[in-house]
Design a protein around this ligand. Structure first.
Ligand code: 13P
Length: 342
């Protein structure tokens, strides 16, 4: 099966009332972990790469690894998504390379750090929607800014500085025509999201519920959604790591989000922790080892376990064969006819 459109996956998730995890990758082992987890749980899947990941993998390696994934796991509907595109040019290059979905993050300026104006965000996102839909490619936009920083991208600070305003969210969707909308509700990228288990003061689920009430037909996206489990932190620290105590987004809060319009859930940090813990364990317990496979295999297994667990928790498990994927050409025609009737 060729790589498929994210819009179709999210529309199907909406019909079925479940969420789909979007897992970040940089290399072959991470792609293998996700595809194995998807096969084991029979899940449709979104694999995403940031600008940093594209640079790390020189783009073409990533693209061909994803082609291999589509070839080896033909029964799994698989999306290749650009995470946090910083400009229309970055999105264009991803579309030309074969990504089936792109995020235009116009909540920040092209430096990936400075919060942008609403007008700028609308302008660049609208531009990407026109360009992407003409090729059947999906677009995710963002309104409000996440906290933290990931791969050099992010507003920094805590997640409460630039929360999404529900009125602006409605206007943004109307003006841009995005397929999916990332909102800022207090989460941030990376391991250090909350200094204690989040409460309504730090994780604004009521804002999410209000946005869903105002935009019932828009697929919402939760970024910074790793749960940063204590067990994974403990393994890293047990084998020489130095993580400070921290809290992520409890899975039950993500599930509350899924009951309120969240269809895409971004997870990177949990997998990074699982990989690092597994590698540290081997290197510490068997210092004589020097074959990279001796630690990359356990790392791959550890990430697969986390991903499979999330697929079950988000509800996407068991839905891989619910529908026949549409080609990007069919999606292009669909967007075109919507534009004509709009
Ligand atoms: P985490 O750092 O919580 O895994 O979030 C990843 C993310 O949102 C990627 O865009």
């Amino acid at each position: 099966m060729p790589l498929v459109s994210m819009r179709q996956l999210l529309d199907e998730a909406s019909k079925g009332g479940y969420g789909v995890g979007a897992f970040n990758v940089n290399n072959m082992e991470q792609i293998q972990s996700i595809m194995e987890a998807a096969r084991e749980t029979q899940s449709p899947v979104i694999i995403q790469a940031s600008r940093g990941a594209r640079a790390y993998s020189q783009d073409r390696f990533l693209y061909h690894l994803m082609q291999a994934a589509a070839e080896l796991y033909p029964e799994i509907p698989t999306v290749l998504h650009l995470d946090h595109g910083n400009s229309p040019e970055t999105c264009q290059s991803a579309i030309e390379m074969g990504f089936t979905s792109v995020m235009m993050d116009g909540s920040l300026m092209p430096d990936g750090k400075t919060p942008a104006s609403f007008e700028y965000n609308v302008e660049v996102t609208r531009k990407v929607v026109e360009m992407a839909h003409a090729k059947g490619v999906t677009v995710e936009g963002e309104i409000g800014c996440l906290g933290g920083i990931e791969d050099g991208h992010g507003a920094g600070g805590d997640g409460l500085s630039h929360l999404t305003d529900p009125d602006q969210a409605v206007e943004f969707v109307e003006k841009t025509g995005v397929d999916a909308l990332a909102i800022a509700i207090g989460t941030s990228h990376g391991a250090y999201k909350f200094t204690a288990k989040p409460t309504g003061e730090t994780l604004k689920m009521e804002t999410l519920i209000e946005i869903h009430r105002r935009l019932p037909n828009t697929h919402l996206v939760m970024h910074g959604s790793s749960s940063v489990p204590k067990e994974l932190q403990d393994i890293v620290n047990q084998y020489g790591g130095k993580l400070k105590p921290t809290w992520g987004v409890p899975v039950e809060e993500t599930q509350l989000g899924i009951r309120n319009g969240v269809r895409k859930i971004n997870v990177d940090t949990d997998n990074r922790l699982a990989i690092t813990g597994a590698i540290r364990k081997v290197l510490m317990e068997k210092p004589e080892e020097f074959d990279p496979r001796s630690y990359m295999k356990p790392a791959r297994d550890a990430m697969k376990k986390v991903v499979a667990e999330r697929m079950v928790q988000f509800g996407q498990a068991g839905h891989a064969k619910d529908y026949a994927p549409l080609s990007l050409e069919e999606m292009r025609k669909r967007y075109q006819s919507e534009a004509v009737t709009a």
